[in-house]
Each structure stands twice: as C-alpha cells, then as structure tokens.
Design a binder for this molecule. Structure first.
Ligand code: Q9C
Ligand code: ZN
Length: 690
C-alpha cells in the first residue's frame, strides 16, 4: 500500500531575520537535516514522494478567520522592521517575507497527505513541514506556528471526506493548545497531547494544559491532556502513557483516521523538551498507532530542535510507517513516579467519559486471592516484593546511548515462512513459502521426550518449525508461521522454546492462547516469560509464569493486551516471541491479528506464530499479512470488558505490579523509585552547547 512523504524545498525559506534567542531554534536546517538522513538511510527512496501544494484560502478558512489569513498574507510585502513589530504582537513568533507561502505549503502538505491516505493511494505517510502548526489558533500565530496544519487536515477530512471520528495524537513536547481550542467542543475529534508542564511553570503556562481540561459541551472527554511535571521522561514513560491512557481511549473511540502532531522536541537531546526518550521510541509510538484506523496514519512534523535527534527520530517514524519492525527499546523499562502520577490523574479525569477506564479504576485490587488463585493460596512469586527492583536482566542505563543506533535495513524484509501446505492459497504476494526442514535425525532427537510427537505428521511439522526457527535466529527470516497437528501443539511449543533458548535467544516471550499447559520443565531462570491466555483462572505462579482466562468480550480482550500482555512484554524486552494459538483458543481473526501485530513491536519483530493444522486459511492469511507489516483490520466499536475479565486483570496486576513496573497504572504505597533509572545521561545526545 505504501507510505507518502510530502515535502517542498520552498519550506526551507522562512527564517529568523533578527536576534531572538527564543525563536532562533526554529530554523531551515531542521527540514534539510531530516530529509538528508532519510536519503542516507534509503528511506526517502522507499516512499511515494509528493510535492507539497499550497492550501487555498477556503481550506485555511476551515479553522482560521478571514481577517487573520489576510493579516498573514500581508506579511509578504513587509520590510524587516515591520515584520519584527508584527511578530512582537504574538508569543514566540517570527514572520519572514516567505512565511505566508511556507505556511500555506505546510498546511497544503497535510491536505495532500490526507487525500493520499483516504483515497487509498497510500496506507500512511509523513509531511515534513515548517512552520509547524499546533500552537496556532483561529486568529493568532503562536509558538513558531502560523497556520494549524493538523487542525486544518482534521477539518478537511471531516468536510471533504465525510469522516466522523478522527484521532489526533500530539507527541510534541509542547501542549498544542491551538488544536485543543479548535476542537474542544467537537466529539468527532479526539485530541490527545502530552507535554512538559511542570505544574504550569513551563511554556505556554496555561491552566488548560492540565489533565482536568477534558473538553466542553458535546466534546467532554474528547480532549485528553497528559501533563509531564518533570523533565527526563523516557521510553518507559512514553510507552506506559500509550498503553494505559491513550490506547484504551483510542480503541474505544474507534477512529477512522489518525493524525499525528509529530514533534520531536519530546526526544532526547532536545533543548526545549529536556526529555530522555530515544529515537527508537518513536518507532514504537508509531507502531502502536498503526493498529488503529486500519493503519491510516498521517504524521505531520511539528517541533524538534536538536538536529541529530530530530533526524534519527524522523527516520524511525518513517521506517515504521513503511512497515519495518521497530528496533527493540533499550534501557530499563520502569516508568518514573512522576509519570505514573500524571498518567493516573489523566485516567481519573477521563474515567467519567470512557467505559474502558471505568471498571478498572473503581475495582479495588483484591489482596487476598480468594477466587482466582489455585487452591486459594497466595501465589508464590519469585523473591522480591514491592521493595525489589524488577529482576529482569536489563542493560545498564549507561549502555543505552553508547550503542550504535539499530537501524535495521534488513536484507530480507519481513518474511513469513509457512509450513502448512493447505494455507498456501491465501499468502500475500511477498511471503515466502518455506520448503526446507531440519534434518530428520535432529528432529527426532528433539521429539524423543514427547509422546505426542511420535506420529509422522507431528514430526514433519516439527522439522519445518525447527528450520523456520533457525532461519529466524540467524536473521534470514524475520517472522514466521508454522502449523502443527492439534494433538502435538503443546509439545511442539515446548520444543520451540527449548530450541530458541539453546540457539541464541536470550529472553523468550511465549504467549500461549487456549488450552496449552506450561511445559513441565520450563526453567524459572528469567529467560522465558510464559503467558497463557485461556487458563482456568488468573494465576501468577511466579513473575515469569502467568496465566489468565480468555476474555469473553472484545473490551476484555483489549484490556488484557494493553493492560497485561504488552506491559509484561515491554518490561521483559524479549529477543524472540512465540505466539501459539492452541486448542480452544477461540480467537476471531481480527483479534488474533491485533495480538500478533502488537507483539511484533517486541523483539525487533521476531515473532513466530504457531497454529493448529486445521486453522482456517483466513486465519493464516491474516497473520501472514500483519507479520509482514500490514495493519490489522480495525475491531470496530468494542464492547465493555465483563466483570470477570476486569477482575482477572486487576488480580494479576496486584500480584505482578511489584516486579513488573510497566503494569502500574496507580500509585502503590510502597512504590519505589529505581535509583539509576533517572540519572542524567550524557553521550551522543548530550548537551547542545547551551
Ligand atoms: N524555553 C513548537 O515546538 N518557547 N513550538 C518556549 C521555553 C516557545 C515551540 C520557551 C516554544 C514554541 C512547535
Ligand atoms: Zn514543540
């Protein structure tokens, strides 16, 4: 389907003509640095290049007053002194004789992108523009922004394409108050923004940037503010905000289109944001948004002032839009206390308007596991209570920035090898049909301990699976699908785990759906995280062996993925993921596709899906498509989670939160801030000289 890159060189023309320390960071090199890096990485060449057009007067009029548009038009003929005087009437603004032309191109670029995506010419795209837009208001320029590019795109998508639900995700580090004002009473636009706030002490110093500003009138609950009250927010904080706040609301909203106010001043090294998220984090944020709206994501550049960090982060975003798997996130995945407080207060402010938040936050965490633990005993977790640091092997924080950026330009792009002959027909065109098998003697040796692998069909399937797994472990193939006779599913999975661990996987995540018992000899050494969805009851036998019943409703399935599976997975940081759809898994195609698509964000996309041989060709086909990077179909309006689903989730959270900090959505009394995680890091992103 493809990715559009919308640009026009003319947008490098506008620049600051006088001395103004506040505005000098918004300079032409921002665009050229990003574009040069995209070229260097071969990413620009993979996109559909579109040359930006100017937005018309009518299009600008979708959000701006005619008087304001003509005021900006007149700046074309002003001299330097007049430009400076007019600029002084606004907050953090400079005008240049080319500003009107550039700002019309910036707005027009967004419209072209929306047209390209909504006509199906491409799946998604990025508009590389300046000036940025999200601070601009109906009749005011503000914060380097002249026309509100993303707001105009949203209004246009409604008017010209008849859309009813548009999600705007503003990951710029500043509050896009302009977008908020333009849509605060409009329930067809859900606006999410996180921003450096520091209890109101950071620009633009607005009371209405706080979490309790939730929209008004019909738009109540359609403005979502997540104020960061400290600098230094990093990968874990951003991912936690998506999993526990943005995504539950976004799935419930069920957008037809996602617009991203893609500012990269929220990335490490930026002088404005002072945050710590690495460029790879933007691959994950993008990836997490691609499961919405059938993958229709239009990103538009906003801020981002550290040229190196900006260029890398733009590459990560485009690479992910193109369908490449996200590079693993490095560093300890532990959200900080201040981030958790912010997320919790935003959840509390939104809870009255969103079913997906309601049950969870009002249900008390069961402390004595009367209904859900085996035989009513408290599950024995691994050593380490609330005062114990997550026992997950993680790279030392200092190594985070020393390693070269992993920009996988895989020689073999996401490839899916199928081992089941019957499902060949539905394969997407570039999916490889695997012919090879592991050696017969080797396969027999692995099968020997398992009675259920004695039959010829089971052995044949195992041989193909082992061959596929080896291909994944030596990087020939990124992801794969293997099929096995139902009776051999558990044993095959067991062998796959052992083989993965003995052939190079350091940490293996196994998500087993349906009736798949935990392999009896699975070690408790922290190298395997076993997660069974479809167990009889919620149980955490240790922090690495977790079981939960299969949720009955779509809403319960979503909260299981967002509230349990992904927080555990992101905390564990696996380098290989096995997802097995075992007997009685009961998953519909779209649910299975969503799970596989989201798990693809882990382990650099190294995901092996294990199906039963009698799975439908449709199921295999849909999994093959998401594993090679296509967007999963949208689930449509989701039902709420059943009380049992919520209860199971709350119980497991209560058990596992002390060890798996990514699960946390509320402050627990004993919450303990991990020392070292907040250390100021220096390295290739450190100090931009000021
Ligand atoms: N040091 C955008 O990122 N100055 N605009 C703030 C605080 C204004 C940012 C001063 C920053 C405007 C699109
Ligand atoms: Zn910004």
């Amino acid at each position: 389907m493809g990715t559009a890159l919308v640009y026009h060189e003319d947008m490098t023309a506008t620049r600051l003509l006088w001395d103004d320390p506040e505005c000098e960071i918004e300079r032409p090199e921002r665009l050229t640095a990003a574009l040069d890096r995209l070229r260097q990485r071969g990413l620009e060449q993979r996109c559909l290049r579109l040359s930006a057009r100017e937005a018309s007067k009518e299009e600008l009029g979708l959000v701006h007053s005619p008087e304001y548009v003509s005021l900006v038009r007149k700046t074309q003929v002003l001299g330097e002194e007049e430009l400076q005087a007019l600029s002084g009437q606004f907050d953090a603004i400079y005008f240049h004789p080319s500003t009107f032309h550039c700002a019309r191109l910036a707005a027009g670029a967004g419209l072209q992108l929306v047209d390209a995506v909504l006509t199906g010419a491409v799946q998604n795209g990025l508009a590389l523009v300046r000036p940025p837009g999200h601070h601009s208001q109906r009749a005011a320029a503000n914060g380097f922004c002249v026309f509100n590019n993303v707001a105009i795109a949203a209004a246009y998508a409604k008017q010209k394409h008849g859309l009813h639900r548009i999600l705007i995700v503003d990951w710029d580090v500043h509050h896009g108050q302009g977008i908020q004002y333009l849509f605060e009473d409009d329930p067809s636009v859900l606006y999410f923004s996180w921003h450096r706030y520091e209890h109101g002490r950071f620009w633009p110093f607005l009371r209405e940037s706080d979490a309790d500003a939730v929209g008004r009138g019909q738009g109540l609950g359609f403005t979502v503010n997540l104020p960061w009250n400290q600098v230094g927010m990093g990968n874990a904080d951003y991912v936690a905000a998506f999993l526990h706040l943005l995504l539950p609301l976004a799935f419930e909203f069920d957008p037809e289109l996602v617009l991203v106010s893609a500012g990269f001043d929220s990335a490490i090294g930026d002088p404005e944001g002072q945050m710590q998220a690495t460029p790879e984090c933007f691959a994950h944020l993008t990836h997490l948004l691609q499961v919405l709206a059938g993958g229709r994501v239009c990103a538009m550049l906003e801020g981002g002032y550290h040229l190196e960090s900006l260029a890398e982060s733009v590459c990560m975003t485009v690479q992910t839009l193109l369908g490449d798997p996200a590079p693993p996130l490095s560093g300890l995945m532990v959200p900080c206390q201040s981030a958790l407080e912010s997320i919790q207060s935003a959840r509390a402010a939104q809870a009255p308007y969103w079913k997906s938040l309601q049950l969870q936050d009002v249900t008390p965490v069961p402390t004595s596991p009367s209904t859900h633990s085996p035989e009513g005993r408290p599950p024995p977790l691994l050593p380490g209570g609330p005062m114990c640091k997550a026992a997950v092997p993680a790279p030392a924080p200092s190594s985070l920035l020393d390693q070269p950026c992993l920009c996988p330009a895989p020689s073999v792009r996401t490839t899916v090898a199928l081992t089941a002959p019957d499902i060949t027909l539905v394969l997407p065109p570039d999916v490889i049909q695997q012919e090879g098998s592991a050696l017969r003697e080797e396969t027999e040796a692995w099968a020997r301990p398992h009675e259920s692998l004695a039959r010829e069909e089971a052995l044949t399937a195992l041989g193909k699976l082992l061959y596929l797994l080896d291909g994944m472990l030596d990087g020939q193939v990124n992801s794969g699908i293997a099929a096995t006779p139902a009776s051999a599913a558990a044993a095959t999975l067991d062998v796959a785990i052992q083989r993965g661990l003995s052939h190079g996987a350091q940490r293996l995540l196994c998500v087993a759906l349906g009736q798949l018992d935990r392999p009896p000899d699975l070690a408790h050494d922290g190298r395997t995280l076993w997660l069974n969805i479809g167990g009889k009851e919620a149980a955490a036998l240790s922090m690495f062996h977790v079981s939960t019943p299969l949720p009955v409703m779509t809403g319960g399935f979503l909260s299981c993925i967002l509230g349990l599976v992904l927080p555990l997975a992101y905390g564990f940081q696996p380098d290989l993921v096995l997802v097995a759809l075992g007997p009685g898994h009961g998953l519909q195609g779209p649910h299975a596709a969503l799970l596989a698509a989201m798990l693809r964000g882990l382990a650099g996309g190294r995901v092996l899906a294990l199906l039963e041989e009698d799975s439908t060709p449709q199921l295999a086909g849909i999994l093959a498509r998401v594993l090679r990077g296509e967007a999963p179909p949208s689930l449509g309006p989701s039902s709420v989670a059943s009380p049992e689903d919520v209860q199971a989730l709350m119980y497991l959270r209560g058990q596992l939160e002390p060890q798996w900090k990514m699960l946390q959505v509320r402050l627990i009394a004993e919450a303990w801030l991990c020392p070292g995680a907040r250390l100021c890091r220096r390295g290739r992103w450190g100090g931009q000289g000021k």
